[in-house]
Ligand binder design. Structure first.
Ligand SMILES: [Zn+2]
Length: 257
């Protein structure tokens, strides 16, 4: 049977002599695996369709299992995401997270749009930390773990300062924080942003300026939420962490602030 799908390459691996197997996140058929024959050959017409993060139209033939590409057109190559180390790290994380969270053939229209917007925002040079935190929030929501930020998850109190407790699935007010010793403090600006993230669609992300201190807090929050609810050991995240460490203390001038 012949299929025509719009998809984004979220995984790409070598297969046999000169071929590649890619996993596409499609807008209509969930995750789809296809073989791109000859993709590694220098003169291949289809080589660029096998690159990670490529967004394109893919025509393939499939009876069962893997499909075989017959034709394809690139819609957006996202080459900048494969060229800058920092962007490679962020985009790989988004792709791997999507691949691991989603089952084959799972309905994927919304996730497709979010990933597409995520990669586009990264290509456009918007703040990668904010983009990824927002993407993580969407993934949590899709997985059914959308956190509660509006009021205390125990007593529903919405006033005063709050702490984040992944275990409770959202925030705790000052009266209830004793219930979770691992809860994280939240500044007003971090809490405000988390509430925005909760409701925001990645397609609507403009350019947004966030103070480093707030970003650090958001990072800790998202990390705790992802660990508690998703808990996947992702290779790409270890890579991101390494880059982070390097940025915080580069070997040449590793002076603590
Ligand atoms: Zn409370």
């Amino acid at each position: 049977m012949q299929y025509r799908v719009e998809g984004i390459v979220i995984r790409s691996m070598d297969y046999g002599e000169g071929n590649k197997i890619v996993t596409l996140l499609t807008s209509t058929h969930g995750k789809v695996g296809i073989i791109i024959r000859g993709a590694k050959k220098l003169k291949s017409r289809h080589g660029s369709l096998a690159h990670l993060f490529t967004h394109g139209e893919y025509l393939f033939f499939r009876n069962s299992g893997l499909g075989t590409l017959t034709h394809g057109e690139i819609i957006e190559s996202h080459h900048v995401l494969r060229e800058q180390l920092e962007l490679v790290a962020y985009a790989s994380y988004a792709a791997e997270l999507t691949d691991r969270l989603l089952h084959e053939e799972e309905a994927s229209g919304f996730i497709f749009e979010q990933l597409k917007a995520c990669l586009t925002a990264l290509s456009e040079g918007k703040d990668p930390d904010i983009i990824i935190q927002l993407y993580e929030m969407k993934m949590l929501q899709i997985a059914g773990y959308g956190p509660e930020f509006d009021a205390c998850t125990v007593c529903d109190n919405a006033a005063g300062s709050m702490r984040l407790s992944a275990r409770s699935g959202g925030v705790l007010c000052s009266r209830c924080t004793h219930r979770d010793p691992s809860s994280i403090p939240l500044s007003d600006s971090a809490l405000k942003l988390l509430r925005v993230f909760r409701k925001m669609d990645l397609r609507r992300l403009g350019s947004i300026q966030v103070k480093d201190e707030t970003k650090k807090q958001l990072k800790a929050v998202m990390r705790q939420l992802m660990d508690a609810h998703i808990g996947l050991p992702l290779k790409s995240r270890a890579f991101l962490d390494q880059l982070d460490k390097y940025a915080a203390a580069p070997p040449e001038r590793g002076k603590p602030e």
